[in-house]
Design a protein around this ligand. Sequence first.
Ligand SMILES: NC(=O)c1ccc[n+]([C@@H]2O[C@H](COP(=O)([O-])OP(=O)(O)OC[C@H]3O[C@@H](n4cnc5c(N)ncnc54)[C@H](OP(=O)(O)O)[C@@H]3O)[C@@H](O)[C@H]2O)c1
Length: 173
Amino acid sequence: MSKTRIVVVTGTSRGIGRGLAAYFLKQGDVVCGCSRKPATLRHKNYRHSLLDVADEKAVVAMIRGVVAEYGRVDVLLNNAGIAAMNHALLTPGSVARAIFATNFHGTFLFCREAAKAMLRRKTGRIVNFATVATPLLVFWISNVLFAGLAALGMMSKSPVWLLSSPAPERVIL
Ligand SMILES: NC(=O)c1ccc[n+]([C@@H]2O[C@H](COP(=O)([O-])OP(=O)(O)OC[C@H]3O[C@@H](n4cnc5c(N)ncnc54)[C@H](OP(=O)(O)O)[C@@H]3O)[C@@H](O)[C@H]2O)c1
């Protein structure tokens, strides 16, 4: 069996996602990344999808493309996320919607599509990214962010994911 892993990382244009993608490429793995802005990584084993993680059709097409090209998804790192640091009373509805769309809905879509691919092979690993601010109830950040990430935490614990892989882990940053 090939030791090369097929690793899907969301949010690879900068930050932690970009660092993770570079790390796995260095390990000799294939990395399939995505972001709304163009790729900032160039590597023979790197493939980039230009998409919004909340766009269902685009997420389905990306994971289908990965499976068509490489036959599997070994690892999914749901890193793409946004934050709002403003007080709840000063948080526009559009910001609340964007937080849920990216942090919760986008993560759900990638979990669902990758889990289908993992279920076929009965193996795979999903890691969802959260924040330490939620369990610690750091009050100065928006409660919308809390709510979105708390929902993500509950979704990650759902037994439905056990059908395909270990339940998604939650990395707390
Ligand atoms: N850094 C921290 O101290 C910290 C603390 C707690 C939690 N976290 C979590 O850790 C993760 C990474 O944080 P970071 O600091 O590396 O963030 P970052 O520097 O802002 O990078 C976020 C990445 O996600 C992508 N992204 C955001 N919204 C997206 C969308 N709707 N569709 C597709 N891609 C999207 C961005 O690319 P585009 O803008 O090009 O789309 C970017 O590549 C996030 O989930 C964050 O909530 C970070």
